[in-house]
Design a protein around this ligand. Structure first.
Ligand SMILES: Nc1ncnc2c1ncn2[C@@H]1O[C@H](COP(=O)(O)OP(=O)(O)O)[C@@H](O)[C@H]1O
Ligand SMILES: [Mg+2]
Length: 271
């Protein structure tokens, strides 16, 4: 009976998810949490939004329930549904309902991907009511203390096609994210990618040069995540340029002339 406790595994606190802040985001998020304000994280792909939420959930000692949004996501996927079993039907909570009951942080990643009628179910949770009405059971679940709604989205991506309704946006405090300043991004690439100082430094300056190609039609610029992937390949023994072509250049563009321009920048960085 004591085997689990004695092993130390069960009682061990989860490790802190590494997050290097770039501004006041930790303090602002903590205040939002304490004051029951929903938070929206805006910023490009791979700049640290998900890692930030993981870190904040750890800091605030709250469970984290993450939902990746997509255009087939229905309100029932969030709230729950009746399951048919051999002995009748049974209600099963969806991830949002579980978070509301447990007082967890519910993180809806890429919320603009979800349909409007799905997003609307969040509204009563974001005001003073903090209520989740479950139409199918007639239940009104009041959010447990500690429940917080967090959504993320990438404003540059598909901006014309999809956007959040103003009535939805106004329910959130927005935190703007971007790629970290060079010195911080270097520290992140070094730590997360296992690169040495000089390699991490070179990868970040390459990343910033590649980001400047956005004006030349590069739809998505290299993220911190891609710089880390390159660093990992390099650390595993793949030659530097080859690692950069595979992890940085190819994922970003199929256009031959753009890819050529990017490879030239790689070659100029790692001569
Ligand atoms: N400020 C940061 N501190 C620590 N790691 C970071 C930071 N920003 C980015 N990262 C690293 O970059 C990776 C991608 O970030 P992620 O949070 O998944 O991006 P997003 O959710 O914005 O697409 C993370 O797994 C982490 O390794
Ligand atoms: Mg993410």
């Amino acid at each position: 009976m004591t085997a689990i406790a004695d092993s130390g595994v069960a009682s061990e606190a989860p490790a802190e998810p590494y997050y290097l802040p770039t501004g006041d985001e930790v303090r602002i998020f903590e205040q939002c949490h304490a004051r029951h304000l929903a938070v929206m994280l805006k910023g490009p792909t791979g700049c640290g939004k998900t890692r930030f939420v993981e870190h904040m959930a750890w800091r605030l000692r709250r469970p984290l329930i993450t939902v990746s949004c997509h255009d087939d996501l229905t309100a029932s996927d969030l709230i729950g549904r009746f399951l048919i079993r051999h002995d009748g039907t049974q209600w099963q909570d969806g991830p949002l309902t579980r978070a509301v009951r447990q007082g967890a942080i519910c993180y809806l990643d890429e919320v603009v991907e979800a349909r409007q009628d799905t997003v609307v179910v969040l509204h009563p949770l974001t005001d003073y009511r903090r209520l989740l009405p479950i139409d199918k059971t007639g239940e009104h679940v009041e959010a447990a203390p500690g429940f917080q709604l967090v959504v993320s989205y990438n404003p540059g991506y598909q901006r014309m096609l999809k956007d959040l309704k103003p009535s939805t946006r106004q329910r959130f405090v927005a935190l703007d994210f971007d790629f970290p300043p060079a010195e911080r991004e270097r520290a992140i690439v070094e730590r997360e990618g296992g690169a040495d100082h000089a390699t991490a430094h070179a990868l970040v300056s390459l990343g910033n040069r590649l980001r400047a190609l956005q004006d030349r039609g590069l739809a998505e610029v290299p993220s911190t995540r891609l710089l880390i992937a390159s660093a990992r390949l390099i650390a595993s023994g793949i030659p530097v340029r080859q690692a950069c072509y595979a992890a940085l250049v190819s994922p970003l563009s199929d256009d031959a002339s753009l890819a050529g321009a990017m490879r030239d920048l790689v070659d100029a960085t790692f001569v």
